[in-house]
Design a protein around this ligand. Sequence first.
Ligand code: NAP
Length: 252
Amino acid sequence: MTLSERSLEGRTAVVTGGSSGIGWEIAWRLARQGADLVIGDLDVSTARERVGRLTSAGARATALECDVTSEEDVTALAQGALEWSGRLDVFVNNAGITRDAVMRKMTLEDFRQVIDVHVIGSWLGTRAAVAAMRTAGNGGSIVNMSSISGKVGNPGQTNYSAAKAGIVGLTKAAAKEAARHGIRVNAVQPGLIRTPMTEGMDQDALNSGLAQVPLGRIGEPEEVAGVVLFLAGDLSSYMTGTVMEVTGGRHM
Ligand code: NAP
């Protein structure tokens, strides 16, 4: 061991929705710690551009087109990572969308799409990651992106709050199933974070949310990525089935 040890050296990580916002910061943070990176995203051209940035910074990285609602795509993502590097150590189910509206105006399609991307997507990712990690035989860490909205419920987000709460149940059940294979499954619940997802928010809603944050400011994507890095690596080796809030203290 040296003082400059990179904690994920020799390990392979997959990040879904890794082209944008929080996912990109996670990819960057894990790569800085030595992980080989597979970015899975709908938008493969941006994912390829991100891979270019990682490889020019000295990392090993690749991009795969993946719609997390497609069983075929998600299986191909986990198996592709395994074939690409011979192992799979970290899988971050991060891809997400919002389709906000009060219930009176929300369509069934808005509700279904959000459940599909978050709950079905995270379930497909968790299942495919466990299978690939078991094949590789080195254990692993799966991190699922929930939201504080799944703990407290946000008006205008019946779909998103249901999905993000669903991810908590999925995480805990999967953690119990996968533990005997040395695979840990944890979740993160960010609060208000500055990304393309929140850029489109109504200013009044943003200000009233920020007024409830004890730390008094919006969070940055790298502040979520730091917690994902902790859950991905050995510093959290005795943690599974947990839900970590990254909210500046909001809704503690
Ligand atoms: P973002 O900037 O919009 O990034 C989301 C990424 O997911 C994009 O690259 C998007 O691709 C991708 N994606 C969407 N649907 C997909 C699908 N079906 N298959 C594969 N990729 C898909 O959002 P973000 O704010 O970074 O959010 C990342 C995660 O954090 C989400 O799960 C979100 O719910 C969660 N979160 C965010 C906040 C916040 O305040 N920002 C708070 C709590 C939780 P395209 O760009 O091509 O659509």
